[in-house]
Design a binder for this molecule. Structure first.
Ligand code: HEC
Length: 172
């Protein structure tokens, strides 16, 4: 009898300790990133933006009425749908349905963009991971835009047409 009691106490004590341990671990995952970690992600996103902008500029420089379909295919492969860390997003007859805003960040960023070319950035958790997210508004700033996006006015014009959205995982 004494032994049985002792075992029950043991089990209760063990569950309490385990429960406390698990909640502490869970809280640990919830700790927001530090300023230094956020700064690191911001600087990474600046480098990423410059790289992507250079790649897109190269593609636009090479776009002619004759190679529009190949150019579209090329841009689509660079912005592969599997890669959620860089996306071209828009709601003005997007070339791909998957380019419509997908979550609340993208919806808000797209609204701010269309309302006056406002950039947007935030730190948020997506599927249990912290990310630095930003949107870079895009205007119809080149004549070539309308070769592929036939719904855009023949440019360059200052119309805001969508955004490049970047997402950088924050290291801890
Ligand atoms: C060579 C063709 C081509 C040119 C030139 C081009 N784009 Fe695109 N653009 C694409 C393709 C293809 C996509 C879809 C990418 C994907 O698969 O996610 C796209 C996507 C977009 C999107 C997201 C919404 C949508 O339509 O899918 C925006 C916004 C956008 N481009 C803006 C621009 C702007 C602004 C310019 C000019 C500065 C431009 N594009 C020039 C081919 C082009």
């Amino acid at each position: 009898m004494r032994l049985r009691k002792l075992v029950s106490y043991g089990i209760i004590l063990l569950s309490l300790v385990m429960g406390f341990g698990f909640t502490t671990i869970a809280r640990g995952f919830d700790i927001p990133p530090t300023n230094t970690q956020i700064e690191f992600a911001q600087e990474t996103s600046d480098l990423m933006l410059n790289t992507l902008f250079a790649a897109l500029t190269q593609e636009f420089n090479e776009t002619t009425p004759e190679n529009v379909e190949q150019g579209k295919h090329s841009i689509s492969l660079i912005f592969n749908d599997q890669n959620k860390d860089m996306r071209l997003v828009g709601t003005l007859s997007p070339l791909r349905e998957s380019d419509r805003p997908r979550d609340s960040f993208e919806r808000q960023a797209n609204n701010l963009d269309l309302a006056g070319g406002q950039a947007y950035a935030t730190v948020q958790k997506v599927e249990d991971k912290w990310y630095y997210r930003r949107s870079i508004p895009l205007s119809n700033f080149r004549a070539e835009c309308a070769l592929c996006h036939v719904n855009f006015p023949v440019g360059p014009t200052s119309d805001w047409v969508g955004a490049l959205m970047l997402r950088v995982p924050i290291r801890n």
